[in-house]
Design a binder for this molecule. Structure first.
Ligand code: TXA
Ligand code: MG
Length: 318
């Protein structure tokens, strides 16, 4: 350990073994992924899953994503179809989650899946979490490591801010590269995006050589338990803003207000992927600086911009 936080650990072999021991006992750990930090626990263990829900203050109807090392590991839990095979080849390990039909033989905790007949599976790319998944004989139920409705963590210190000493282990893996949660894709019937991410609809359509049925967008709550209010830094957020009110923090993309006080650019070069990766960091920074309100300029609605707009819209339901 090379920091003053007694439960944040730099990753090495000793910490790998310590984390595995903790997970085997049914306890939970703060772990880095390429998207956001997760709160991981044994997905076969009701005890571990209950701990995750309790720590997060998460409604029981909101199911967890189950994380695996390899596609072979999921065969006993879900019904694999041709879409998932193609997408796995193309994007995994990586920031995409597939919702599939549960197999009767599956040992995944029913509590983790909110008693649904489906399971959301993901193969994270981050090397640290992959090395853990490789060594354990169970998959990890792992929501983002924040209290329910808060902003997701993209640094180990953010995880500490959320849970303090309530976690025995937070493994430090630096800043999450993607910085925004995985795309959640329902593959139980016609493919539907339940939560947008950096792997967008166009990329999925191109890979599957299909067109999405656009009517699904009209549904109000897309994922079970995915309430409107979410990703909130705890202060009011106004979206699609044109003019700065003089005192609020103003978030935008580009370098137009480079030297102006109260202005925060998500990315100076208009790169939407990098803008998405900075969103949560900027929201946390603004909150810490003591601002009382956030205004956000209109964000382009394509590519990773769709994911940014999804998160800020929810964050604005304060
Ligand atoms: O990038 C990520 O996906 C991160 C990292 C840690 O892997 N995890 C994450 O988990 O964002 P969480 O719990 O914050 O969000 C999980 C989302 C929720 O919107 C939930 O409703 C949806 O996945 N979900 C989980 N299981 C589902 C299922 N069986 N059917 C439909 N949606 C499901
Ligand atoms: Mg979350």
């Amino acid at each position: 350990m090379k920091n003053s936080y007694s439960n944040i650990f730099t990753f090495n072999k000793k910490i790998l073994n310590k984390t595995i021991k903790t997970l085997k006992k049914g306890s939970v750990a703060g772990l880095p992924t390429e998207t956001v930090y997760g709160l991981g626990g044994n997905a076969y263990s009701d005890k571990a899953v209950k701990k995750i829900f309790r720590l997060k203050g998460r409604p029981k109807i909101n199911p967890l994503i189950i994380h695996y090392h390899n596609i072979k590991d999921v065969e006993k839990d879900v019904k694999i179809n041709k879409h998932v095979k193609k997408l796995y080849k193309h994007f995994c390990p990586g920031p995409i989650t597939f919702v599939l039909k549960r197999k009767n033989s599956s040992k995944i905790s029913k509590l983790a899946c909110a008693n649904l007949k489906t399971i959301a599976i993901r193969f994270p790319k981050n090397k640290i979490v992959r090395s853990i998944l490789k060594k354990i004989k169970f998959p990890l139920a792992m929501p983002s490591a924040n209290k329910s409705t808060n902003v997701s963590p993209v640094n180990s210190l953010d995880v500490f801010e959320e849970f303090n000493k309530k976690l025995k282990i937070i493994v430090d893996g630096g800043k999450c590269k993607i910085g925004i949660e995985s795309t959640v894709l329902d593959l139980t019937s016609n493919p539907k995006i339940l939560r947008p991410g950096v792997i967008d609809e166009k990329k999925i359509e191109r890979t599957l050589k299909i067109k999405f049925n656009k009517n699904y967008r009209k549904r109000k709550i897309l994922s079970p338990g995915m309430m409107a209010k979410h990703y909130s830094p705890g202060i009011p957020i106004l979206i699609n803003q044109k003019k700065h009110d003089g005192t609020s923090a103003f978030i935008y993309i580009g370098n137009k207000y480079k030297y102006k006080k109260n202005f925060f650019s998500l990315n100076k070069k208009n790169n939407l992927n990098l803008a998405a990766s900075n969103l949560y960091k900027v929201l946390r920074t603004i909150k810490k600086k003591g601002y009382k309100k956030i205004q956000i300029h209109k964000i382009p609605h394509y590519g990773a911009g769709i994911a940014i707009n999804d998160r800020i819209k929810r964050a604005s339901k304060f």
